[in-house]
Design a protein around this ligand. Structure first.
Ligand code: DX5
Ligand code: ZN
Length: 271
């Protein structure tokens, strides 16, 4: 397996680019190429600090909790932080009892964002807007299982637009409903609160759902990654990752903290 065989090199590459801030261009110097070719892969695994193992999970701050009057500043903070994605929550006031923002705001965010745009649709009949979200800058488009009549068709339409496809499950929706589409998915988003609002308390049943989903993914040979959304903080993140979560959305915990950039860093280093 590529990941296991070259884990040391990958870890070293991650250490230089993400922790030390070396640019990809700088990496291609003869000195570094010599270093890579001289030392065995395994040496890097032994020598590098434990925190670099945190490359295995993704942190996606939720813009919903940002200061909308200073959106450009908030976007720059995420650009300059260790966060991996922008999590963008779209609410229509029908599927969920709240309205957030739509295409013009997403396009504006995307103009400044230098990281992946992870767009979470909490809207009925999302098929109507798939190409609009692509145009607005979405890289990953996640729809709710509960909001789609023909989920398989919706997933194919997202992929046909060149985006990664995700499906989200409400806290009451069992993982088993994804059995027949799991191989078509890039991502499954487990809601760990009822969708609609930031700042709610985490639902403990989520851990059980993560392990059920992990089993399903393994059994079916799917490449889908597991994302958790709602009430994520420094108290539950480690347990979530241990249960099998790959990507963690954090809204209030990041943006309402004293130093959001530092908070993101801590969430990245949690393992
Ligand atoms: C809830 C949204 C979440 C929300 C998370 O419906 O999907 O992404 O912003 O916010 P916190 O982290 O505050 O629970
Ligand atoms: Zn969300």
């Amino acid at each position: 397996m590529f990941e296991i065989k070259y884990l040391g090199y990958f870890k070293f590459f991650y250490y230089l680019t993400q922790i030390k801030g070396v640019s990809h261009k700088e990496l291609l110097t003869p000195k570094l190429i010599l270093l890579f070719s001289t030392f065995p892969n395994q040496l890097f695994i032994l020598l590098l600090p434990k925190t670099t193992v945190s490359m295995s999970h993704i942190i996606a701050p939720s813009i919903l909790a940002a200061d909308f009057a200073n959106l450009e500043k908030e976007i720059e903070m995420i650009n300059n932080s260790e966060a991996d994605w922008f999590h963008i929550d779209v609410m229509d006031g029908v599927f969920v009892p709240n309205i957030s923002f739509g295409m013009p705001v997403i396009s504006a965010i995307s103009k400044h964002a230098r990281k992946k745009m992870d767009v979470h649709l909490m809207i009925v009949d999302p098929d109507r807007f798939i190409s609009d979200f692509k145009k607005a800058g979405a890289d990953i488009l996640t729809v709710h299982y509960e909001a789609c009549k023909h989920l398989h068709r919706t997933i194919q339409a997202i992929k046909a637009e060149g985006m990664q496809a995700g499906v989200s499950l409400n806290p009451h929706t069992p993982v088993a409903v994804l059995e027949d589409v799991i191989n078509d998915l890039d991502l499954v988003l487990i809601m760990s609160v009822n969708p609609g609002f930031g700042g709610q308390s985490f639902i403990e049943n989520t851990y059980k759902k993560i392990s059920q989903l992990k089993d399903l993914i393994k059994r079916s040979g799917s490449k889908a990654i597991i994302e958790i959304d709602g009430g994520v903080n420094d108290k539950n993140i480690k347990k979530l990752i241990e249960a099998g979560a790959n990507a963690l959305v954090a809204g209030s915990f990041v943006f309402k903290s004293q130093n959001p950039k530092e908070t993101i860093k801590k969430l990245k280093q949690v393992m």
